[in-house]
Every structure is written in C-alpha cells, then in structure tokens.
Design a protein around this ligand. Structure first.
Ligand code: ZN
Length: 187
C-alpha cells in the first residue's frame, strides 16, 4: 500500500501538522501551520469489469506492472476525476485489454475499509475475442471457470468477484454482491 498521508502542504509546501482542525472536525487531518489549509484524504474508488465472451469464458489480464507483476486480474483501476464509474471501468478495460465491450449492470461492490478503497466491478459483454493488451498487461486471454488461475490472481477483490460470477453463472441468475473485505476475510 502506497503512503497516502500528506507530509507537505500542497498549496505552500510547508511541513504539515497532524491534528484535529479548529473547524469542528473530529478527525486528525494534515493541517498547514502556515496557510492553514486542511488536507483531506478520503477513500479511493477502483472500478473494473467482468468481461464475458459468448461461450461463458471470462477475460483476465496478466499484469505487466507492480504491484502483483505477473499475476492475473480483471481489468480495473483507479477512477479518474471527471468520469463516471462506468466510464472508468470501460476505460480500464480498453487500456488494459483493448477489449470491445458492452457495459452491463453493477455486479460487485467491495469495501476495503482498512485500505481506504472501494472496488466496484460491472458485468460486461465482450463484442469480440480479439484483444490488444496495453502497456499494463503482459497477456490477455479468456478463461473458463476450471482454467482460472485462482492461486495466481492479483487481488482478493478479483477473487471474490470471479467466484461470485461463476456461482451466479452456474445458477443462471446474476445478482448484485455487496461485500466487506477484511485482511482476514475468507475469499
Ligand atoms: Zn500551506
């Protein structure tokens, strides 16, 4: 996990103080003793897709970047400013896999409270099985359930989401899965 704490004021560069601001706030924040700017650090949103081909296989990307270089993931990444969650998920799918998709409904929302992130995955229908992996992927391919490299997945939330995807697919009924991840969570 990268350090998201603010050490220097983003406005004037002065070393900040970690204290409760004087404005009625109750949490410790990075407060600039010089220009009095309060720096808020809030959870980040990670958005992605579960892209499915017409035969039921799911697209996974082999990561060409850290963290988890060489591990497999669903296309996902940090949401950017000025985009919607669906647009972010579509962008990540294009950047990491070069996959053409039709966006579907929200499938999973996973709180990672201790990490300060929320991960959201949308179902997506692949419109082609020809992919163009971007710089962030070593390889992109389709996996049937019994081919998924479960022990080589990059992130717990990918594991949690894929597991529910195949459970729902087997039942022929896709739901929405709202989950909370803990470091000790079973997958
Ligand atoms: Zn300042």
């Amino acid at each position: 996990m990268f350090d998201r704490h603010v050490h220097h004021c983003r406005r004037c560069g002065t070393a900040v103080e970690q204290r409760v601001p004087d404005d009625g706030d109750t949490r410790v924040r990075a407060v600039c003793p010089s220009c009095h700017t309060v720096h808020y650090v809030n959870p980040l949103l990670v958005v992605g897709t579960v892209p499915v081909w017409q035969d039921g296989r799911v697209l996974l990307c082999k990561r060409a970047i850290e963290p988890r270089y060489g591990k497999w993931t669903l296309p996902a990444g940090f949401m950017e400013l000025e985009e919607t969650t669906q647009a972010g998920a579509a962008r990540e799918t294009d950047e990491e896999a070069g996959a053409r998709i039709e966006m579907g409904p929200l499938f999973s929302l996973i709180n990672l409270a201790v990490v300060g992130q929320v991960h959201m995955f949308y179902r997506a229908t692949l419109l082609s099985d020809v992919f163009a992996p971007g710089d962030e992927s070593l390889e992109v391919r389709l996996f049937a359930q019994d081919e998924v490299p479960w022990d080589e997945l990059a992130f717990s939330t990918v594991h949690m989401t894929l597991k529910r995807h195949f459970e729902d697919a087997a039942r022929g009924d896709f739901g929405f899965h709202h989950m909370d991840w803990q470091p000790s969570s079973p997958r």
